[in-house]
Design a binder for this molecule. Structure first.
Ligand code: ZN
Length: 200
């Protein structure tokens, strides 16, 4: 299990970015992911979303990925958390900013109290995309040429949303085959890693 230093520093928090062999705490609340920008509250009956928030102690929320970007966010004062799944579709819709807005509107979050962590995802080394997809990001990542750096895109979106404390794993799921599933590498055989966060 990969841990983010800035989230590990919060002693009432549990979190982790799953790897191939990870053993997970249970239960973890997840919902069907549909590459949307929908962020729901755990337990509110929403069946499909790509982000979950909660302020309930004991409720651990998670997202499942294999190349897409998992993002975990905590409000260290209101003790609220968010787990976000950001592929290129979610990133094009700035789902991390949606999650930040949900935290603010539901829990009275202040931006300065947020810490975020960006987990392993397919790196710019390995993520070639078609021109239609690249065009969606041409204003946000002028340096990429037919490749997308989804982790950096999400980092910038978090910072533009007002989150200053952002940690990045800097790990490519495609390159690090021994530790991570990769949909691009393994196709239909690819498993999924779960990334989770919750208030103990
Ligand atoms: Zn790579």
């Amino acid at each position: 299990m990969l841990k983010a230093p800035n989230l590990s520093a919060v002693d009432w928090l549990t979190h982790g970015f799953g790897q191939r062999d990870s053993v997970y705490p249970s239960p973890i609340t997840t919902v069907k992911q549909i590459h949307s920008d929908t962020v729901a509250e755990a337990g509110d009956g929403v069946a499909e979303a790509d982000g979950l928030v909660t302020q309930q102690p004991g409720v651990v929320v998670g997202v499942r990925t294999a190349d897409c970007v998992p993002v975990l966010i905590v409000d260290t004062q209101q003790r609220a958390v968010a787990a976000v799944h950001a592929g290129w579709r979610g990133s094009a819709r700035n789902i991390v900013a949606v999650a930040v807005r949900e935290l603010i509107s539901r829990y009275g979050t202040r931006l300065e109290d947020l810490s975020a962590a960006i987990g392993p995802s397919i790196g710019v080394c390995c993520y070639e995309v078609g021109s239609e997809v690249a065009r969606l990001f041409q204003n946000s990542t002028p340096e990429t040429n037919g490749r997308l750096d989804l982790a950096v895109i999400n980092e910038r979106q978090l910072r533009e949303a007002g989150v200053q404390n952002v940690w990045m794993a800097g790990v490519c799921t495609f390159c690090e085959a021994q530790d991570y599933f990769s949909f691009r590498r393994e196709r239909e055989q690819a498993g999924r890693m779960t990334s989770f966060i919750g208030v103990i």
